[in-house]
Design a protein around this ligand. Sequence first.
Ligand SMILES: NC(=O)C1=CN([C@@H]2O[C@H](COP(=O)(O)OP(=O)(O)OC[C@H]3O[C@@H](n4cnc5c(N)ncnc54)[C@H](OP(=O)(O)O)[C@@H]3O)[C@@H](O)[C@H]2O)C=CC1
Ligand SMILES: O=C(CO)COP(=O)(O)O
Length: 305
Amino acid sequence: MRIAVLGGGAWGTTLAGLAAAQDHQVRVWSRSGALSLGEVLAQAEAVFSCLPMAAVAGAIDQVLALGLPAGAIVLNATKGLDRRTARPASSLWQARFADHPLVVLSGPNLAAEIRAGLPAATVVASADGQAAGRIQQCLASERFRVYTSADWRGVELGGVLKNVIAIAAGVSDGLGLGANAKAALITRGLAEMIRVGTHWGGLAETFYGLSGLGDLLTTCNSPLSRNYQVGFGLGKGQPLEAVLEHLQGTAEGVATAAILAEYARRSALEVPITEQVCAVLDGLRPPTEALAALMTRRLREEGGG
Ligand SMILES: NC(=O)C1=CN([C@@H]2O[C@H](COP(=O)(O)OP(=O)(O)OC[C@H]3O[C@@H](n4cnc5c(N)ncnc54)[C@H](OP(=O)(O)O)[C@@H]3O)[C@@H](O)[C@H]2O)C=CC1
Ligand SMILES: O=C(CO)COP(=O)(O)O
């Protein structure tokens, strides 16, 4: 396949490497790269969008102005929410490229581990099963196992929503709260992800798969995760600005938490962990008080809803 990769960061270069290793023709567009967007898009059969969320709307405008080859598959690998619409990145692509098959790729995929040749699995999801199958064939290898799914909303939202819980898990470890606390946080975080994800049209069962629970476990447990690193720094008492200054790359959960909390307030959705993550990110509450607020919530029955 001829593949255009948008974004020369950690994830773009990693996906480009996986596709190139399967002998596909890959061209990467990044602002500092040698190729223009027009050169990268020319004759592309698939466009892999691996940009940070903040860059997606602008990139879509530029791609629209240049035009996409007919039938080219749009694959979204961004894990974030759009500040203006509170929708995930694939919605922005879908709104402007309705004639193109849309696929989302999401899973427990820390780029650094994949680049080091460690094994990983992911999910490619689409309403167009043929398009998902083409991407599956394109990327699958002995080191990268690719599953398909029809629940593209749920698959994408798993990757988006777990970033907020990963910040909370980092805070928990930064405070030294132990394994019991973190297990509780991850489990109740998954319930929160399912509450929001099903509200937005994902299937509950998808969140128990690789793109939900799988990615949640990876990012809540690995110091390689940028979102976890943000939380860990906050838990250690550092201000957000200082943590972000030293962070290598994008931590989408910081913006996602604020966008989700605002949306949840307007929609009467219960997102207690996200609310506390926001309060800590905004410097309104120290992590120990956020913990106390979660521990002293109204007592209730366990359950996802
Ligand atoms: N890293 C990972 O392990 C994974 C990341 N993701 C997701 O992929 C997305 C990208 O993450 P990642 O690659 O890690 O991020 P990085 O911070 O490593 O790289 C971001 C890339 O996007 C380019 N970029 C930044 N701003 C703009 C802009 N305004 N216009 C055009 N290009 C821009 C960057 O700059 P430049 O053009 O200067 O090169 C860089 O090439 C995120 O949504 C993340 O959640 C998903 C799975 C795994
Ligand atoms: O999404 C990821 C792994 O699946 C990457 O996580 P971070 O963005 O937190 O580094």
